[in-house]
Design a binder for this molecule. Structure first.
Ligand code: DC
Length: 219
């Protein structure tokens, strides 16, 4: 029996993960956050002080895997759960940089396809609809203006200590968008058959509703 695959791509901070989590709970699918895989490679490179020219040959030692515990994804480097360690601004930027390296993308490719072949999934990332799951049953490209994405992030961080200034958050978002959209291999772009959802003027609930509507129409 073939599985059902839903791809959600879009830039950083568009709300992909929050929305995909809600939609997956509603549909009973597994939510796969592929950004966590690139972040784990970035962590591996940072922790081991690996220089750019040594990245390719050191990848065979970077054993990245995913586990789903009660439907919640945890990411492992070897047998260490690094799910929380990878959520820093430094790792975000470093993941964006290292994800441009073709060998890194190749290293993570079959893991993503295997999970989608074996499970009904909602998978989010940058190249899911274009490269990883070109035959996905539903493809969504979720975006929002850079200012609105920075606003949301700022609101989220302002409740925690050491919140960076709004301008710094916006600058990081613009830089990461540029890197993710302009790399030569698997750049962030809307697949031809993806449905565009712009969440700039939508509440989270409205965006979730809209995406569930699109999914139900297609499946
Ligand atoms: O989704 P995220 O912010 O956790 O992703 C971190 C970085 O990883 C992102 O800036 C680009 C890269 N990435 C990618 O190149 N391809 C994916 N499918 C997912 C993430």
């Amino acid at each position: 029996m073939s599985t059902i695959n839903i791809a959600i791509d879009g830039p950083a901070g568009a709300g992909k993960s929050t929305i995909a989590k809600k939609v997956s709970a509603e549909m009973g699918y597994i939510y796969v956050d592929t950004g966590a895989l690139y972040r784990t490679i970035a962590l591996y490179i940072t922790e081991n002080n690996i220089s750019d020219e040594d990245i390719e040959k050191s990848l065979e030692n970077a054993k990245v895997s995913l586990k789903f515990i009660d439907g919640v994804q945890r990411v492992y480097l070897g047998d260490r759960d690094v799910s929380d360690l990878i959520r820093t601004p430094e790792i975000s930027m470093s993941a964006s940089r290292t994800s441009a390296i073709p060998a890194v993308r190749k290293h993570l490719f079959s893991l993503q396809q295997k999970i989608a072949n074996e499970n009904n999934v909602i998978m989010d990332g940058r190249d899911i609809g274009t490269i990883v799951l070109p035959n996905a049953d539903v493809k969504i490209f979720l975006t929002a203006s850079a200012e609105e994405r920075a606003n949301r992030r700022y609101k989220e961080l302002s409740e925690k200590p050491n919140c960076p200034p709004y301008q710094e958050i916006l600058d990081d978002i613009i830089k990461r968008d540029y890197q993710d959209m302009n790399r030569a291999t698997a750049p962030l772009k809307q697949a031809e058959d993806a449905v565009l959802v712009d969440s700039t003027n939508l509440t989270l609930e409205q965006a979730v509703e809209k995406i569930i509507e699109i999914v139900r129409e297609k499946i």
